[in-house]
Design a protein around this ligand. Structure first.
Ligand code: ATP
Ligand code: NCN
Length: 205
């Protein structure tokens, strides 16, 4: 099988602020695109990389193939600042703490920000080494319908409450020393991959 650039390490100019938007993208949808556009603007990012995971360590069911998910994601995104990458497959990492360690070791001149929807903050305390993730990179939590209360009342939000940054300072998040996290309220989109799979709108499910 040829080594495709989309499985290689992306690059960005030295000093660039890069949002890392990890996900199953099974399938990617308008909500992901919407988050991407708002995050680029609200966080003042130079680049945003979709890290299409080979498989979420906490999800028992395997997703569609990485290449099918990446092909579909690529059809939705048309912004030169956005890269869709399957680099975790190349790095051999599944857990976010390992992926971040690898990316920071290989690209030490970039400023990474982890981006996740509010539903993921609600369960963040179940991720492997979640405190070390928060200690490694600033985190932007993006509002998602129905998830705000669970997110802001979560174990992680409470543990990290002293490191929360007001939304007015979101544009400076990439330059802040971690731990630092911000809840970014954007106009919300009620759409999910599970809903698309349930409606049979994803031929790989
Ligand atoms: N509509 C949305 N609004 C805000 N964030 C979202 C939205 N959809 C997905 N996200 C975020 O995008 C990231 C990747 O999500 P994922 O690919 O798992 O999609 P999903 O719609 O949550 O999938 P599923 O329904 O299978 O759980 C996660 O951080 C998730 O919180
Ligand atoms: O590292 C972990 O333990 C961990 C546990 C759950 C989810 N993640 C990551 O969170 C991101 C969002 O996953 P998902 O399936 O909700 O789209 C994706 O990059 C996963 O690899 C990571």
């Amino acid at each position: 099988m040829p080594v495709l650039p989309r499985y290689l390490l992306p690059t960005a100019p030295d000093g660039a602020s890069v949002g890392l938007f990890g996900g199953s993208f099974d399938p990617a949808h308008d909500g992901h695109v919407h988050v991407t556009h708002h995050a680029l603007r609200a966080l003042g990012l130079d680049r945003l990389w979709w890290l299409v995971t080979p498989g979420n360590p906490l999800k028992p069911n395997a997703p569609a193939s990485l290449s099918a998910r990446m092909d579909h994601a690529a059809q939705l995104v048309d912004d030169p600042r956005v890269t869709i990458t399957g680099v975790e497959a190349t790095l051999g990492t599944r857990k976010t703490c390992d992926t971040l360690a690898a990316l920071q070791a290989q690209l030490p001149r970039l400023r990474f920000v982890w981006i996740m929807g509010a539903d993921n903050l609600a369960s963040f305390h179940r991720w492997d080494n979640w405190r070390s993730i928060a200690a490694r990179v600033p985190i932007a939590v993006i509002a998602r319908p129905g998830a705000q209360q669970a997110a802001l009342g979560s174990v992680a939000a409470r543990a990290l409450r002293g490191h929360r940054v007001p939304k007015a300072q979101a544009a400076g998040l990439a330059h802040m020393a971690p731990p630092a996290w911000c809840f970014v309220t954007i106009p919300m989109r009620a759409i999910s991959s599970s809903e698309l799979r349930a409606k049979g709108r994803w031929p790989h499910s």
